[in-house]
Design a protein around this ligand. Structure first.
Ligand code: PMP
Length: 456
């Protein structure tokens, strides 16, 4: 059929499973929390369609706004032209972002939002007559698939084969408490619900991780153009939630060594962590915040790199100085996308979505705590509506369920039979819920996961 003409991401990985349900489903329509395939079968979307559809599918308010904008103008160049949706959106964003951020640079996907921040930071130092061509990142980091974003990516599976093509980054230890080398040596498994929440364990890991960041900065701070981090949660790494206070200490170190800080909120932005932006959890004020995914509620691609007046003003100068920032995409600041984003922010504010979300987060937490009792679940990490459930063979030692980490994908394939779509990152099952998901829908996903874990 026609679908064989399309090269899907991860296709070969799905083929390893030789399992029909893992082949692409042909989706026909969607509404609220559900996707429907061409045969009319209904699927509960537990990952917001790649972490994008923030307020559910076909949100009436966004629909209406976009339809109205189509009747006006669907696209214009952003080179020398602008439009009301982009102007309104910049005002709305600056009201909700940390108050040190004063400039909005538009582009069209999350990788590019990061890439732009890296390029801006690199140029910033050039204009100060310093050549800084390294970046600081974290092991397990994922910041997108374009070459710059890959260069600050610390996930072997995705990134290592490209290293010789890339500019250099320093990678500090990922704050992955569950598999932290120091904790394994010094504090023993098992990680039960109680002891994983143990403050001392988390503080021990945090101290070790931060020491690594500091030692890189002590030796190399004059070479580093910027540090890039996903605040609170390394999402694509399998929901690696940072120990409390880690982000603050990391930001303080960047500040101490004069390194601009880029916070990649492509996944965590717009309420997914329970606050509008993840940086608010530790009250940090980075020099850049990168946004995409949920910004349009899944209607159109759009991205934003927000930065400070200090960075912006480094780019001001006479024409001959050639200081301008070159990065213009065909679809930058698309008016339909900006319209959808305005409707998303209005809905978040006017419908008090984040206030209502708090009890849903508690419900999810309760469900996950009961799932942690399961003998195949080694660790559950969650923050807001994002969660990672790590499957293990032995709860006591944390031994992975299978060395090739295929079980996660198998479970996701089986969950389709229950009418549920979630994603796996290795043997971690990943939930990324719509902010509008009901408690009943959340419970349905957890119950189906339990059944599949029982069947292992
Ligand atoms: N940064 C983070 C934290 C992400 O999760 C992603 C996408 N999963 C990206 C960047 C890349 O975004 P995009 O796929 O829109 O390029």
């Amino acid at each position: 059929s026609d679908k064989n003409n399309i090269w899907h991401p991860f296709t070969q990985m799905a083929d390893w499973l030789n399992d029909d349900p893992c082949k692409p489903l042909i989706i026909d329509r969607a509404k609220g929390s559900y996707l429907y395939d061409v045969d009319g079968k209904k699927y509960l979307d537990g990952i917001s369609s790649l972490w994008v559809t923030l307020l559910g599918h076909k949100n009436p308010r966004i629909d209406k706004a976009v339809k109205k904008q189509i009747d006006k103008v669907s696209h214009t160049t952003f080179l020398g032209l602008t439009h009301k949706p982009a102007i309104d959106l910049s005002e709305k964003l600056l009201k909700i972002l940390p108050d040190n951020l004063k400039k909005i640079f538009y582009s069209d996907d999350g990788s590019t939002a990061v890439e732009i921040a890296l390029k801006m930071a690199y140029q910033y130092w050039q204009f100060k007559n310093e050549k800084r061509s390294f970046f600081l990142s974290l092991k397990n980091a994922y910041h997108g698939d374009t070459i710059g974003a890959v260069a600050v990516g610390g996930t072997d599976l995705f990134h290592s084969r490209f290293r010789s093509l890339l500019f250099k980054s320093f990678f500090a230890m990922s704050p992955y408490c569950y598999r932290c080398v120091y904790r394994k040596k010094e504090i023993k498994f098992p990680v039960t619900a109680e002891n994983f929440k143990d403050h001392n364990i988390q503080m021990h890991c945090r101290g070790q991780c931060i020491k690594e960041v500091e030692s890189i900065l002590v030796k190399n701070n004059k070479k580093i153009a910027a540090a890039v981090i996903e605040p609170i949660n390394q999402a694509a790494a399998g929901m690696i939630i940072m120990p409390k206070g880690y982000l603050k200490e990391y930001a303080n170190l960047c500040n101490q060594y004069g390194i601009p800080l880029i916070c990649d909120e492509v996944a965590t932005g717009f309420g997914r962590t329970g606050k509008m932006f993840a940086v608010e959890h530790e009250n940090i004020k980075p020099d850049f915040i990168c946004l995409s995914k949920g910004i349009t509620g899944g209607y159109m691609p759009l991205a934003v790199t927000a930065t400070t007046n200090e960075i912006y003003s480094a780019f001001l100068g006479k024409y001959e100085e050639f200081k301008t920032f070159f990065h213009g995409h065909s679809y930058t600041a698309n008016p339909l996308a900006c319209t959808a984003a305005n409707a998303v922010i209005d809905t978040l504010n006017q419908n008090k979505i984040l206030q209502k979300l708090q009890s849903k987060i508690k419900h999810l937490e309760k469900e996950l705590t009961s799932l942690l009792e399961h003998y195949r679940v080694g660790n559950i990490r969650h923050c807001g509506v994002m969660a990672g459930i790590e499957i293990v063979e032995d709860k006591k030692t944390g031994k992975p369920y299978d060395s090739k980490l295929k079980t996660g994908a198998k479970i996701c394939a089986n969950l389709r039979k229950h009418g549920i779509i979630i994603r796996n990152l290795g043997n971690t099952l990943v939930l990324f819920l719509h902010l509008t998901m009901t408690n009943r829908e959340t419970s349905k996903i957890i119950s189906a996961i339990k059944i599949e874990l029982d069947n292992l």
